[in-house]
Design a protein around this ligand. Structure first.
Ligand SMILES: Cc1cc2nc3c(=O)[nH]c(=O)nc-3n(C[C@H](O)[C@H](O)[C@H](O)COP(=O)(O)OP(=O)(O)OC[C@H]3O[C@@H](n4cnc5c(N)ncnc54)[C@H](O)[C@@H]3O)c2cc1C
Length: 243
C-alpha cells in the first residue's frame, strides 16, 4: 500500500484512476495456448488508459479461498474499445482462476484503474521491450497502439516463451504493415540474454527498455541491463497490492 501511495504521489496523473471502480461485462474467452486464455470485457462506462497500464480486477462474488482480486495488465489498446486481459490457468490453479474459467457471457466483474507507470514516455525515441511468458500482455497493448496510431518510433521486442508465443499472429501482422515494429522470438535464458546484449551493443542508452515478466525474470534482466550500463529501464512492480 505504501509503495502504491509513494508512486501515486510521484506520478499523480498515471495513478489517478486507481480511485475509479468500473463495471465490466464479460464477452468472450479465447484460448491462446494449452494454458493461456484471453478474456474480453466490455466496459459499461467510458474508459481511457495508457497502453501498458494495469488494473485491479475483482469478482462480484467472493471466492472460497484466497483473495477476491488480482492485478492484471490490460493487454488491449484504448482504440480496441474493450478491456482484454491475458492469463495462464495451469493445473492446479487458484479459486480465483477457477472462477475466471466459469465466467459466462454477460457476467460482471469490477475493475479499479487502469493505472501505473509502465507506459512509453513522449521523449522515448526507440523502445526495447523484453517480455517473459505472460509478461507479454502490456507489450501487446503498447505495440497494438503504436501500429494503430502509425507511431514512427521503432519498437523492438525480445519475447521469450518456452512453449507458445501467444499473440504471435498479431505481432507478425503488425510487423508486415509496420516493419519498425519488430519481435525477436526466443525460448531460452541464453537466447534472451544474447538478444539483450546484441540490442544494447547497438542502442545502449538511446533506447528506453521495458521489462515485463515474473519477479525473478525482471530482477535478472534489470541486473543484466544495469551491468551493461543501461539507464531508462521500466518495469511493473510484480507484487500484490494491499487494496
Ligand atoms: C502489475 C501486475 C500486472 C500483472 N499482470 C498479469 C497479467 O497480465 N497476466 C497474468 O496472468 N498475471 C498478471 N499478474 C499476476 C497476477 O496478479 C496473479 O498474481 C497471477 O496471475 C497468479 O494468480 P493465481 O490466482 O494463478 O495464483 P495465486 O493465487 O497468486 O497463487 C500463486 C501460485 O499458487 C498456485 N495455487 C494457488 N491456489 C492454488 C490451489 N488452490 N491449489 C493449487 N495451487 C494453487 C497457482 O498455481 C499459482 O501459480 C500481474 C501482477 C501485477 C502486480
Amino acid at each position: 500500500m505504501l509503495d502504491l501511495l509513494t508512486r501515486a504521489c510521484r506520478h499523480p496523473l498515471l495513478y489517478a484512476s486507481v480511485l475509479r471502480r468500473h463495471t465490466l461485462v464479460f464477452k468472450e474467452r479465447i484460448q491462446e495456448s494449452e494454458t493461456t486464455y484471453s478474456y474480453i470485457f466490455s466496459p459499461t462506462t467510458t474508459l481511457s488508459w495508457h497502453p501498458g497500464q494495469h488494473a485491479i480486477f475483482s469478482l462480484s462474488k467472493r471466492v472460497q479461498e484466497g483473495k477476491n482480486w488480482r492485478p492484471f495488465s490490460v493487454a488491449s489498446a484504448p482504440h480496441e474499445g474493450v478491456i482484454r486481459i491475458g492469463t495462464t490457468i495451469p493445473e492446479p490453479h487458484s479459486d480465483f482462476k477457477q472462477r475466471l474459467l466459469e465466467l459466462r457471457s454477460g457476467d460482471t466483474l469490477f475493475m479499479r484503474g487502469p493505472f501505473g507507470e509502465f507506459c512509453v514516455p513522449r521523449t522515448a525515441t526507440h523502445i526495447i521491450g523484453i517480455a517473459g511468458g505472460i509478461g507479454i500482455t502490456p507489450l501487446r497493448s503498447i505495440i497494438a497502439a503504436a501500429a494503430h496510431s502509425h507511431d514512427p518510433r521503432p519498437i523492438t521486442l525480445i519475447y521469450s516463451a518456452t512453449n507458445t508465443h501467444v499473440y504471435r499472429t498479431e505481432f507478425d501482422a503488425w510487423h508486415r504493415l509496420h516493419p519498425h515494429l519488430n519481435v525477436i522470438y526466443v525460448r531460452t535464458i541464453d537466447e534472451t540474454n544474447n538478444a539483450i546484449r546484441d540490442l544494447v551493443r547497438i542502442h545502449a542508452n538511446t533506447a528506453h527498455y521495458f521489462v515485463s515478466g515474473s519477479p525473478n525474470m525482471i530482477k535478472a534482466v534489470r541486473t543484466d541491463l544495469h551491468n551493461l550500463g543501461v539507464r531508462n529501464v521500466y518495469n511493473d512492480p510484480f507484487k500484490g497490492y494491499l487494496l
